[in-house]
Design a protein around this ligand. Structure first.
Ligand SMILES: *Cc1c(COP(=O)(O)O)cnc(C)c1O
Length: 392
């Protein structure tokens, strides 16, 4: 539970969830390693067995490093309370399991993170949940996809790989008019770039593995909920036993402290590199909502308080071997899944393979760029040499 934030975002991330007086004055919440928690009396143990003990009764149910991470995240984007989970994928999937039942209809953005889509198709369908997809550009027109049994919309903005900005306010208004809830994967913007609850979502989820952790050394997720949805999420979180380790939450908290300054640098460097890419003859289109000229720029400007360092690039038509020559020879940009760390990444993507209700045919092969914290001029020189290899 959180009060509305009193400070500006950079101050918030530096101080949220900290209480040094509880830990001998230590600035950071220490790593608490514990499974068994000893209770003082039999009466206390009995109360704990009924779930009525006010303190901690078992390590799985909220060690201080975990709960401080949760408290830190709850308030940043205006939510009621948060749950920490062992990965971003647990954060996207747990709310779907908690809030849906057999016979319910779920609408998922067609630009959803691939593993979230696999969970819906492989498991929610098996459980008798009616899974459908919607056009990420639908906005208020999402009503056309609603059915009498629609219970939940799962949005992700900007979309994975293709970076469409969604009109979350319009979607949330249309949904709430019909008693439908909205879950948003807010990983790209982080709590600093998009204050999800100001735009009407019920649940905002994050792969803290990305920018919140920020150093490519932790897998962690966070689910932030409003007061209405939190009890059902907390019930399933407890019953499934999916608390992350204190070590991982310690890294999540440590990453959070520098999130503000890192995001400023990611965005500034990404703008510089995206602008350089737009002018390149090898490039057909840059998919970065923070860039004037991007099809989502007006919405991004209306709703977001910042951008991140992740964007898409559509190349002019070129064969796979040429792209291989470019990518295999990069010196600074690495090739690998995930993003949000201090280091830059460059991978090929195939967004057209996943779509089911919209077509993705941008007219050339796709890349995804993660701009890290290196000097942007070095990154531009690495890309420039890469384009020389691409041309042969
Ligand atoms: C990476 C990612 C996830 C999953 O995070 P993991 O910690 O790798 O499970 C979820 N959503 C989005 C948008 C992501 O990019």
């Amino acid at each position: 539970m959180t009060e509305r934030s009193r400070y500006r975002p950079a101050t918030e991330v530096a101080h949220a969830g900290r209480d040094p007086r509880r830990y001998l004055g230590a600035v950071n919440t220490p790593v608490f390693r514990a499974s068994t928690i000893l209770l003082p009396t039999m009466a206390d143990l009995e109360r704990a067995s009924r779930g009525e003990y006010p303190g901690l009764s078992y390590g799985l149910h909220g060690l201080p490093t975990v709960t401080d991470f949760q408290r830190a995240l709850a308030g940043l984007e205006g939510g009621h309370a948060a749950l920490a989970v062992p990965s971003g994928l647990t954060a996207t999937t747990l709310p779907l399991l908690a809030l849906l039942k057999p016979g319910d209809h779920l609408l998922v953005t067609d630009a959803v993170y691939g593993p979230t889509r696999r969970f819906c198709d492989n498991h929610l369908r098996r459980l008798g949940i009616d899974v459908g997809y919607y056009d990420p550009l639908a906005g208020a027109a999402i009503v056309d996809a609603f059915r009498p049994n629609t219970k939940l919309v799962f949005a992700e903005s900007p979309g994975s790989l293709t970076f469409e900005v969604q009109d979350i306010r319009a979607i949330a208004d249309a949904a709430h008019e019909r008693g439908v809830r909205v879950v948003l994967d807010n990983t790209w913007a982080t709590p600093l770039g998009f204050r999800a609850f100001d735009h009407g979502v019920d649940v905002s989820v994050h792969a803290a593995t990305k920018y919140i952790g920020g150093h490519s050394d932790v897998l962690l997720g966070a689910i932030v909920a409003n007061a209405d949805t939190f009890p059902a999420l907390h019930r399933l979180w407890t019953d499934m036993g999916v608390a992350p380790s204190s070590d991982d939450c310690f890294l999540g908290l440590r990453g959070l402290r520098t999130l503000g300054v890192r995001m400023q640098r990611h965005e500034a460097s990404a703008r510089e590199i995206a602008t350089w890419l737009v002018a390149r003859p090898e490039v057909r289109e840059v998919l970065y909502p923070a860039l004037p000229g991007d099809r989502g720029h007006a919405l991004w400007k209306r709703d977001f308080r910042g951008a991140s360092g992740l964007f898409g690039v559509v190349l002019q038509p070129v064969d796979g071997a040429a792209i291989g020559r470019m990518l295999d020879g990069m010196r600074i940009f690495g090739m690998g899944w995930s993003w949000g760390g201090f280091e830059s990444l460059l991978i090929p993507t195939w967004p057209e393979r996943a779509r089911t209700v919209t077509r993705w045919s941008p007219g050339g092969p796709s890349l995804r760029v993660h701009v890290g914290l290196e000097d942007p001029q070095d990154l531009i020189e690495d890309l420039d040499a890469g384009f020389a290899r691409l041309r042969g």
